[in-house]
Design a binder for this molecule. Sequence first.
Ligand code: NA7
Length: 553
Amino acid sequence: MTSQYQPPQESGSIEHYDVIVIGAGVSGMYALHHFREMGLSVRVYDGASDVGGTWWYNRYPGARVDGPGSPFYCYTFSDELMQEWDWEETQSEWSAVLAYLEHVADKFDLRRDIQFETWVQDARYDESDQRWTVETDTGVRASAPFLICAVGALSTANMPDIPGIHDFAGECYHTGQWPHEPVSFEGKRVAVIGTGSSGIQSIPEIAKEAAHVTVLQRTPQYSVPANNRPITPEEMAEARADFDVIRARMRANPGGFPFATHSRAALDHTPEERNALYEELWQRGSFKFFLDGYNDIAVSEEANASLADFIRDKIRAVVRDPETAEKLMPDYFVMTKRPILDNGYFETFNRDNVTLVDLREDPIERFTPTSVVTRTGEHPIDMLVLATGFDAISGSMLRLDPKGRGGLSLKERWQDRFHNHLGMTIAGFPNLFMIHGPGSPGVFYNMPLGAERQLDWIGDFMWHLEKHGIGAVEPTLESEEAWGNEVSGIANATLFPRTDSWWTGANIPGKPRGFSAYLGGSLYYQRIADVAAKGYEGFAFEPAQQTKEAEAS
Ligand code: NA7
């Protein structure tokens, strides 16, 4: 295996590359491979000590792929990779995904161009040079005409601001920054704040070991059995047999998976027919519960209610204490927060060592060094687990806060709305490209495939710029406005924006509200292909510096 550490760089010097990539997760890794294949010099920076991004950080107990899952949550660019990698379970554990990504790093010799344990503190565009310069916390400075922000849609932890939380003297861990050393819950009283995917995955695992678990729940959730199971050799063989066909099906599917889509509507069926289908899908479990049902759940209140009622009944049937069951009843439109897959979450509330606190009626007032105090009393604890999620989608870009033309900061530019064009580019920030940023399908799409498709498009764009002697490109304000309206127009035709979620920015106080993702599915890739076919319509171009100088002389 290649070393995961790079040789030390000379402090204070400036290094020059064709492309700088920030982030060595799923997107940054493909960015490096792709641009290197194009013959460009590439440097990647990441604060972690190895590849994996989100999967490097999120190693809390129970962390698994909680989308449609393996074997199709993977890169598609290499047939050989597909042929040689065996996925073992349908909902791969974090360590299995990380093992895959480490294998990819080895196979394509990625680590030699990645500088780990190096945090990019500043990224600044120099208009006279048409280059970006990044400054890192290790003292390394680097410059390149292109800056790829593969900073992750779920990477910036949301740390709740609760009185006294910093005084808590016990162990405290955020699920998205889980320690690499083993964490023992044995004999401990553990409080978990948060019941999103991370809380719902980790709570059953923690409860198996801890003396007591206090679940501090703000919003009750719909969750569906993951029904994780081994992938059979036959299934693996089938997935590989004709990967060209599978890949084509993945690309044609709205979510990037090789599944058939359904055109049936819940309202065309009787309540009995609906419940029979829901029951069948429930028994099968997995994300297909959401995908193989009806196509009007996300757009019709009535259709949505039929599915919500079904899941609420399932929760009532599992949770023995009726009072606890009532506290666990979700009341938002199902699927309008990130759908959750669990491994025995509701069953966990039948254990003697688990207590549920409904923060809506019994809010947290403060922490003391040894307890969490809610309105109705004090809960002594030894450990606090923050499963409080992320400043999602736009948060990592805001944390980077690049400075564009005239030193304009992204925070200023994005004060009221996450202005962007095609979910990848921002006016005033020439030659900067975001992967899985706001305005792209991002978390609504198979993320490795989505990254490949965006980066392939960006690579083609770079060729185009080179061929036409263009040194700087950015979208026009008009195209940003139109794209923003297209993204919100699609979202507003659904129930999604009507629920507070990290998709709308509602989980972060003060964040501009707005549905961040492009919900049009594979239409997105058609849209960006059309833009390219029309000579990159909607962008403003500036000749390359050398061309400008030649013209002036
Ligand atoms: P999520 O889905 O954002 O869940 C965070 C949870 O934490 C959610 O239940 C929040 O309640 C709760 N939360 C956040 N802040 C607070 C405060 N201050 N007080 C009480 N409760 C709070 O993050 P996850 O990490 O679970 O999942 C993110 C994605 O990672 C997931 O979609 C997977 O793809 C992987 P709320 O619902 O906002 O009321």
